[in-house]
Write a protein that binds this ligand. Structure first.
Ligand SMILES: C[S@@+](CC[C@H](N)C(=O)[O-])C[C@H]1O[C@@H](n2cnc3c(N)ncnc32)[C@H](O)[C@@H]1O
Length: 245
């Protein structure tokens, strides 16, 4: 039997998942940033700021932001004074939005935009001082391969930071979280991005993603040390930091 992967609550042939994910993000690219602000009431900005703050980017660093989409993390890291940021994303339409937003904001250099898959990064070994990924790991087909690629492109001692939703919020909040995820989000997706299904996928893929303990085990198993985890906004988001051994 051929290998399958979860695409939200559906099991699809593993080799089909990246195409489905790419179609979805192509569809919502133009409304992606607006939807993020509406869905999270702007809180995603605080989570991303916490990730960049934890990273403490240093002058001279080369940073790769994988699944970088419209470039929030890349711009924040660049503004912190690093030498350069490479954004890698599967979806050219998301990269195009990111590039346009960056140029509109007056940043004409410092970020390279690369179409590619987190599971087979088109980047050389041991090149980067830091690897960041925000809300990207949930979408990959083989999480272990994406983590192995993170290790491969990092220099020894390089920093790894991953921000992702957690499958469950803190105890007592889950009924409300379910109502919001499975009723409000799809409704907003339909009204604002004209794509209800993309936001059903969002809610379902969050529930399918490993919890912080399981993700921590995978990060360590991929060859990272000094792992730390922070739980954000009553457990809704998980932030992991580690060092490439
Ligand atoms: C939820 S968005 C996150 C974008 C951005 N990092 C942020 O936090 O706003 C997920 C992004 O991951 C990208 N993506 C999905 N699967 C990917 C893969 N296998 N490799 C690289 N990028 C991927 C999508 O194209 C999309 O831009």
């Amino acid at each position: 039997m051929s290998e399958t992967a979860s695409f939200g609550y559906r099991e699809v042939p593993a080799e089909a998942k990246a195409g489905l994910v790419q179609d979805l993000f192509t569809q919502v690219a133009g409304r992606y940033d607006l939807m993020n602000d509406l869905m999270s009431l702007g809180i995603h900005r605080l989570w991303k700021a916490e990730m960049v703050d934890w990273l403490r980017p240093r002058p001279g660093w080369r940073v790769v932001d994988v699944a970088g989409g419209t470039g929030d993390i890349a711009r924040a890291v660049l503004d912190a004074g690093v030498a350069g940021v490479t954004v890698v994303d599967l979806t050219p339409a998301m990269l195009a939005e990111g590039r346009a937003r960056t140029v509109d904001g007056g940043r004409l250099s410092g970020i390279e935009w690369v179409a590619g898959n987190a599971e087979a990064l088109p980047l050389p070994d041991r090149t980067f001082d830091a690897y960041t990924v925000a809300f990207g790991l949930r979408n990959v087909t083989h999480l272990d391969r994406a983590l192995a690629e993170a290790r491969r492109v990092l220099k020894p001692g390089g920093r790894f930071l991953a921000l992702e939703f957690a499958p469950r919020a803190a105890a007592g909040l889950n009924d409300l979280y379910d109502l919001y995820s499975f009723s409000v989000l799809p409704w907003l997706g339909e009204k604002v991005a004209a794509d209800r299904e993309a936001y059903v996928y969002l809610a379902e893929s969050i529930r399918r993603f490993p919890d912080p303990e399981a993700l921590a085990r995978m990060i360590r198993a991929a060859g990272f040390g000094g792992h730390r985890h922070r739980s954000l906004s009553c457990g809704i988001a998980q932030l992991h930091g580690a060092t490439r051994l």
